[in-house]
Ligand binder design. Structure first.
Ligand code: CAA
Length: 263
């Protein structure tokens, strides 16, 4: 792949969008390669994914403005769908995805980070949806995910004004969970990923599914979703090992690795 780097360490995989000359902007090829990279993740061995950008200046500076500049109405819609499909794959990816935002996260860059489960950033990160300044709406889910993640009022203010915000403001409005000095960002992402990876993998996946699916429906149905995923865990070796270890007071015993069960 030309624009995607993929690395696995222990049970944690890192996908790096690697197009630093264009500040990792997302053209069609980057989106296609990202889609293929996600398909290639070995879910039997990888338990957490980190997504970041190459270089120390930019996570992703948005969708590729050069490529978009000549699109027709139909092509614009198709380009939006191409981004939305990949971002949705990321959002519903069976294992947790941490966005390690190492600089500009503008337009499609902010949008891809919002498709991840957890966002942490470096202190030089800049977020924004500059699309209205370019004569378009956000096109890779920004109108929907920003409004759900922060608040409709804050999302509307940021999107209508096309104003960029720095890391501290992104933290204050709840767009990111933590801000780190640039050099500490990846180690912190890896530390968090390792913490997640040592917990029972099916339980972690079920938690992601319960939260994501539950947010799409009313509370009564959401609780039924949780009950089913909670119940599923009682068929796993991890539940028996995890609870057995507690009862035996054997806190040193690690949870057994079991293959992914489709739930
Ligand atoms: N698309 C294509 N190329 C981009 C790009 C983008 N979104 N962002 C940066 N680049 C390219 C620049 O054209 C430049 O290339 P050249 O060296 O060949 O000229 C290179 O990356 C470096 O960029 P700058 O020289 O502009 O770097 P800077 O430090 O002066 O500025 C920046 C950095 C503020 C991020 C600025 O590059 C910028 O404003 N980029 C555009 C950000 C943006 O508007 N993103 C939203 C795109 S629309 C979108 O994403 C729609 C959607 O929802 C799907």
């Amino acid at each position: 792949m030309e624009f995607i780097l993929y690395e696995v360490k222990d049970m944690v995989a890192t996908i790096t969008i690697n197009r630093p000359k264009a500040l990792n902007a997302l053209n069609s090829q980057v989106l296609e390669e990202l889609d293929a990279a996600l398909d290639a993740v070995d879910l039997n061995t990888v338990r957490c994914l980190i997504l970041t950008g190459a270089g120390d200046k930019s996570f992703v500076a948005g969708a590729d403005i050069g490529e978009m500049s000549t699109l027709t109405k139909a092509e614009g819609e198709a380009f939006g769908k191409k981004g939305n499909d990949v971002f949705r794959k990321l959002e519903t990816f069976p294992i947790p995805v941490i966005a390690a935002i190492n600089g500009f996260a503008l337009g499609g860059g902010c949008e891809i980070s919002m498709s991840c489960d957890i966002r942490i950033c470096s202190d030089n990160a800049v977020f924004g949806q500059p699309e209205t300044g370019l004569g378009i709406t956000p096109g890779f889910g920004g109108t929907q995910r920003l409004a759900r993640l922060v608040s409709p009022g804050m999302a509307k203010q940021l999107i209508y004004s096309a104003r960029n915000i720095k890391a501290d403001e992104a933290y204050r409005i709840g767009l990111v969970n933590a801000v780190y000095p640039a050099g500490e960002l990846i180690p912190q992402a890896e530390k968090l990923a390792a913490t997640i990876a040592k917990n029972a993998p099916i339980a972690v996946r079920n938690c992601k599914k319960a939260i994501n699916d539950g947010l799409q429906t009313d509370m009564d149905n959401a609780l039924v979703i949780e009950e089913k995923l909670f119940g599923d865990c009682f068929e796993t070796e991890d539940q028996k090992a995890g609870m057995g270890n507690f009862l035996e007071k054997d806190k040193e015993k690690k949870l057994k690795v079991v293959p992914f069960k489709n739930c």
